[in-house]
Write a protein that binds this ligand. Structure first.
Ligand SMILES: Cc1cc2nc3c(=O)[nH]c(=O)nc-3n(C[C@H](O)[C@H](O)[C@H](O)COP(=O)(O)OP(=O)(O)OC[C@H]3O[C@@H](n4cnc5c(N)ncnc54)[C@H](O)[C@@H]3O)c2cc1C
Length: 373
């Protein structure tokens, strides 16, 4: 039997884990990236990403979080590196609560440990949070954060150690394979394009709205000197599903108190976007933070990052064959929530590419209103 081969383009969390799982299944894999795993422009390029299983009615994501957490822990041990920080997470529900009520049914069904907290109980446990406008909360003990760019780097290191080939180059689809920027063509049995916010630009035939990269900002505020209430170990990860969804991570990994607005920003070009945070967005995040975390009043901004989401039209992932080729796969659409799923997604993509499991229509191209799909 000859060994099958694959070229994976994109060494972010989706492509990296896909390449690693294919390699572990005995495939000869070449992984190509223009700038490297978790680089400063990549969607996987931040310091930290939240992992939580509360996902509304979308059982598949809750199941993938459970599987991913198993794999993150297993690979942390193998690699002797700490990537997952278990912190506990507080999901604050406001008046509507439809998303959260659906989520708790799924959490129960899948067997994820969680507690439903009244506002008075939440305020007793977390007195540093102002619960005004919050109706109730879900507390997930296994919620935590993952070291994001470091995680992508660890996957690449493991991939190379196991015998995978890494090529640093821009790449595009050609008639006979993947064409590198030096003109060389890499030919293989299968091609996986996991190019994050760049995916739409590589496949314009899939329609303008196939992937929309949007501008997002993340802030780190300095916690008060001598006050531990907003640090890892004293404060949970928090997600506030109010009129705008804000979420954050307490001071961790020796950075500041992270605050992010999940609303999608304007459409951007991930290659040319200037990554300077905006005064008005910082002010809005600060107002929110000072309302919800009154002890952080007057905290200075110590760091900021400008990044992009790579949105599909329904914010679900895209994992499917290209409509005109049996062996070309498009993988992306993380839509602001993909990082945590990297290990389970990569496992699934490897199985799909090798024909061990059929593509899941939930992630299919045909669900999207696409030209030519
Ligand atoms: C601000 C922010 C906060 C987020 N918070 C969370 C969170 O808390 N939890 C969570 O689970 N998720 C979160 N996400 C989402 C998550 O980070 C992304 O969904 C995920 O990282 C996407 O990974 P990817 O591999 O698809 O894309 P990327 O990481 O962008 O990787 C794509 C790779 O493809 C390469 N590439 C592109 N085009 C080419 C080409 N032509 N040739 C060669 N290489 C190419 C790029 O260089 C890049 O390395 C957040 C995202 C952002 C931006």
């Amino acid at each position: 039997m000859t060994q099958s081969s694959a070229v994976v383009v994109g060494a972010g969390v989706f492509g990296g884990w896909t390449a690693l799982h294919l390699l572990r299944k005995g495939v000869s894999v070449t992984l190509v990236d223009a700038w490297g795993p978790g680089h400063s422009r990549a969607s996987s390029g931040g310091e930290t990403r939240v992992i939580r299983a509360t996902y509304g009615a979308d059982e598949i994501y809750t199941r993938w979080v459970v599987r991913s957490l198993e794999l993150w822990k297993e690979y942390e041990k193998r690699w002797d590196i700490k990537l997952y920080h278990r912190m506990g997470g507080l999901w604050m529900a406001s008046a509507d609560g439809t998303y959260e009520r659906a989520a708790i049914q799924v959490l129960k069904k899948v067997g994820v440990p969680f507690e439903e907290l009244s506002v008075s109980e939440a305020a007793r446990r977390f007195p540093q949070i102002n619960f005004e406008d919050v109706e109730w909360a879900i507390y997930e003990e296994d919620c935590g954060y993952l070291l994001a760019r470091r995680g992508c780097q660890a996957v690449l290191e493991a991939f190379i150690e196991l015998g995978g080939t890494y090529v640093q180059s821009a790449a595009k689809r050609g008639r006979k394979g993947v064409v590198l920027s030096n003109g060389e063509t890499l030919s293989a049995d299968n091609y996986v394009f996991a190019c994050g916010p760049w995916l739409g630009g590589l496949f314009p035939e899939l329609g303008e709205t196939f992937i929309t990269p949007t501008r997002q900002e993340i802030y780190y505020f300095g916690t008060p000197l001598g006050d531990t209430r907003y640090l890892e170990g004293f404060c949970p990860i928090w997600i506030d599903n109010g009129p705008r969804l804000y979420y954050g991570i307490p001071g961790s990994n020796w950075r500041g108190f992270k605050v992010a607005d999940d609303s999608t920003g304007e459409t951007v070009d991930p290659t040319t976007m200037e990554r300077l945070p905006r005064e008005e967005s910082i002010a809005a995040a600060r107002d929110y933070m000072e309302f919800r975390f009154p002890g952080m009043k007057g905290a200075p901004l110590v760091e900021a990052r400008v990044c992009q989401y790579e949105n599909s039209t329904d914010h679900n992932f895209i994992i499917d064959r290209h409509p005109d080729a049996e062996n070309v796969w498009v993988v992306g659409g993380g839509s602001g929530h993909g990082y945590k799923h990297g290990p389970a997604l990569g496992e699934h993509v490897a199985e799909v590419v090798l024909g061990e499991t059929p593509p899941n229509p939930f992630f299919g191209l045909s669900r999207l209103a696409l030209k030519n799909a």
